[in-house]
Design a protein around this ligand. Structure first.
Ligand SMILES: *[C@@H]1O[C@H](CO)[C@@H](O)[C@H](O)[C@H]1NC(C)=O
Ligand SMILES: *[C@@H]1O[C@H](CO)[C@@H](O)[C@H](O)[C@H]1NC(C)=O
Ligand SMILES: *[C@@H]1O[C@H](CO)[C@@H](O)[C@H](O)[C@H]1NC(C)=O
Ligand SMILES: [Cu+2]
Length: 699
């Protein structure tokens, strides 16, 4: 669900400077976005106006060129072309353009195509602003609002309406993508269509408009024509009250509770251990490139780890980013059935990235990166402080041992790359944590506001039927839903060609008879490992809940001294839910990849978006599962792991009015990659670690 109040956009003025050549994976700069715009607008290939930009991003050079730039002999990016990929809407069509901006002063469109298949590019903020203005001049809606004001079934509500003298501008409407339901509903002549739902939003009452839905009313809007093409006022429910929905500190307290928190002081007496050169980050034994994209937000590329024992830098991850976030709601009623959001493809995670609050979203020792993207007009927008990086010492232990009189302990200090995506009501905190052990840990934490449905119920004792959610407060249901966060992880373990190995644990019965391979002991059973080197995509799909398995990505041509294949393994953390929807249900067809947490595909530059390039109203014909139907070879190939973190969300009262963060994630952990514990030679810390002048507060 999208915000009714849009963040301020900083449109910056550009001075084109002849700067040094960017890294081939650097996101488009403001000057480059400006050059792309100029090329597209002056191209005779797309004469129709108005022309709206829905996506503008880097079209990176081929992977082989980037690999040789990063690790080979090519030392200058000046030989590599600089290109942008654009999706624009004009004349009722979606246009795909490649723009060469190698020379920013004379950018040129080098290819153009019109998308003829199903689906549309993302809904822009400008689409939403235009649609949101429509209800206020739509007479049937005024009638609906009045109808609710006079509804005698809900006296307290009427009272408050009268006192307030409810005026239609106290109502705000938000755009909701309509999903895709095949021939089960109108096609509206192939128009780009969304729905809208409205909320009571009285300035000064509560900032939490998601808590006060005007239930029962649904608009259908043609986004290109900016026109209402459908309207339904089906049921009248009371609007939940504003009391208790505010979450601002000056409204909820004092008195305040919780620890009398000492402010989070971070002391790094020798400065940050972090080196930043443009978009390249070097920290401890790690090095990587940090990018940003309108659709995926943060992009980690070319992550490599220094192997101190071998004295060389070794490749781990070519590219990692969040490819899609699928959030289907579990209420089949008229106002809710279509709420099956795909946040990256329908809205864009990068354009939804929040400016991080210094000292609270990220600690005091954080450094910040701005993001740049194009607005609908193609002009560059600067999103300040959308990525932060910080070293974290949270009191954890990296390794330790006590034996006789010896104790050795090493603290676990890590580097965190954080982005917060606020897609309307929900906030996703997306962390990439780099550990000196060689692990990369991805954590996604969900917080923010639930999507709530208004109801006449005020107590669970009144409820006899399935209300598809939890009664969170009087007149307020938090509707059941899922979150599926799908990561694109192009692992390049010690090189480009890798294989995927499933090590499944199987129970073995001890026969007690050496003649039949048993051991002549009283032991009845044990487990061992059934090792399978996966040949094709179909075998590479794994549901983690089927059988216990270690999932390994190895370089089949690299071995340790004792002969193990060097590799990394996938260690899932909590949140391994898979979709429970029927395979033939429309939202499931669009997100058919959510029945398995693990997919492995051969690398293909154009297969980036798990839900397909045209996700909005898309049919799933171009999604991860559709590509994988080709059942390509994935053994000893350049392969990509797609991992989906899944959570079934049954709301609880504690999630109201704003929910405490709940997390899921996974870790990519070295597996026979190093010859031994890579932290063995970590220097024990000096006294600084325990230097605290803290004393216990007395009451
Ligand atoms: C509704 O409120 C707005 C803003 O307070 C005001 O400008 C407008 O005249 C009001 N409309 C009616 C019909 O009362
Ligand atoms: C890459 O993927 C796209 C989309 O799935 C497909 O059309 C194309 O044929 C693929 N290319 C190769 C070389 O497999
Ligand atoms: C602790 O920190 C203070 C202030 O930075 C410094 O003066 C002192 O020497 C430190 N003590 C130790 C044991 O490191
Ligand atoms: Cu949720």
């Amino acid at each position: 669900m999208r915000p009714l109040v849009l963040p301020f956009l900083f449109v910056i003025s550009i001075t084109v400077t002849t700067s040094s050549h960017p890294h081939p994976l650097d996101p488009l700069s403001a000057a480059e976005i400006t050059a792309v715009r100029a090329a597209v607008l002056s191209s005779p290939l797309v004469p129709a106006r108005p022309l709206h930009f829905h996506y503008v991003g880097l079209d990176e050079p081929d992977k082989s060129e980037i690999i040789s730039y990063a690790y080979g002999t090519t030392t200058s990016s000046s030989v590599l072309p600089r290109r942008a990929f654009v999706i624009a809407r004009a004349g009722g069509e979606s246009h795909e353009l490649l723009v060469d901006i190698t020379d920013k002063t004379s950018p040129s469109v080098i290819s153009h195509a019109i998308h003829h298949g199903p689906g549309f590019p993302r809904i822009t903020a400008e689409d939403e602003v235009a649609a949101m203005a429509l209800p206020h001049t739509y007479p049937p809606f005024a009638d609906s609002v009045r109808r609710r004001g006079l509804n005698l079934k809900y006296p307290p509500f009427i009272e408050s309406l009268r006192r307030r003298g409810l005026n239609i501008s106290d109502v705000g409407c938000g755009v909701i993508s309509r999903g895709w339901f095949g021939s089960g509903e109108p096609s509206y002549g192939g128009a780009r269509v969304a729905k809208m739902q409205c909320f009571i939003y009285v300035v000064g009452e509560t900032p939490n408009f998601y808590a006060r839905p005007l239930e029962g009313i649904t608009f259908v809007v043609d986004l290109d024509r900016v026109a209402i093409i459908g309207y339904k006022d089906r049921v009248v429910e009371p609007v939940p009250k504003a009391d208790g929905t505010d979450y601002r500190s000056d409204k909820v307290g004092p008195p305040f509770t919780g620890p009398v928190a000492a402010p989070g002081v971070v002391v790094q007496p020798e400065g940050r251990g972090l080196h930043i050169d443009g978009h390249l980050v070097r920290w401890a034994n790690w090095e990587f490139h940090l990018g940003f994209d309108m659709r995926s937000a943060t992009v980690i590329s070319l992550a490599s780890v220094f192997d101190a024992d071998a004295g060389i830098r070794r490749r781990v991850l070519y590219r990692g980013f969040v490819s899609e976030i699928f959030v289907p709601y579990m209420d089949p009623e008229e106002e809710w059935y279509f709420r099956t959001f795909m946040d990256a493809g329908e809205n864009g995670l990068g354009v939804s990235a929040s400016s991080l609050q210094h000292g609270t979203d990220c600690p005091a020792n954080a450094v910040y990166f701005d993001g740049y993207y194009a607005d609908t007009d193609g002009k560059p927008v600067m999103a300040p402080d959308v990525i932060c990086l910080f070293e974290r010492y949270a009191g954890d232990i990296a390794w330790r041992h006590t034996e006789n009189a010896i104790t050795e302990v090493r603290p676990d200090v890590t580097l965190v790359v954080r982005t917060v995506v606020t897609d309307g009501n929900y906030d996703y905190i997306l962390d990439w944590e780099f550990k000196t052990s060689g692990s990369i840990k991805c954590v996604v934490s969900l917080t923010g506001i639930l999507e709530m449905k208004a109801t006449s119920y005020t107590n669970v004792d009144q409820i006899k039927e399935d209300v598809h959610g939890t009664l969170l407060a009087e007149n307020t249901i938090g509707v059941y839903h899922d979150h599926f966060i799908t990561y694109h992880l192009d692992l390049d373990i010690d090189g480009t060609k890798n294989s995927f190995i499933k090590n499944t644990m199987v129970s073995v019965r001890n026969t007690g008879n050496p003649a039949t391979g048993g051991a002549a002991t009283a032991r009845r059973s044990y487990w061992t490992v059934h090792r399978e080197v996966v040949e094709t995509e179909a075998e590479g799909q794994v549901n983690l809940n089927d059988a216990p398995a270690d999932l390994l990505f190895v370089n089949p041509s690299k071995r340790t001294h004792v002969g193990n294949l060097v590799g990394y393994r996938l260690v899932p953390a909590v949140a391994t839910a898979t979709s429970l929807l029927a395979d033939d249900d429309f939202p499931q067809r669009r997100a058919s990849y959510t029945k398995k947490q693990v997919w492995v595909t051969p690398y293909n530059k154009s297969e980036k978006w798990a839900s397909g390039l045209y996700t909005e109203e898309g049919t799933g014909d171009d999604n991860l599962a559709a590509w994988s139907k080709r059942n390509r070879r994935i053994k000893d190939e350049d392969i990509v792991l797609w991992y989906t973190v899944g959570l079934h969300h049954l709301p609880y009262q504690e999630d109201f009015p704003v929910m405490p963060a709940v997390s899921g994630g996974f870790e990519l952990r070295p597996a026979n990659f190093f010859e031994r514990n890579p932290l063995i030679r970590t220097k024990p810390p000096g006294h600084g670690y325990s230097n605290c002048s803290c004393s216990i507060r007395s009451e």
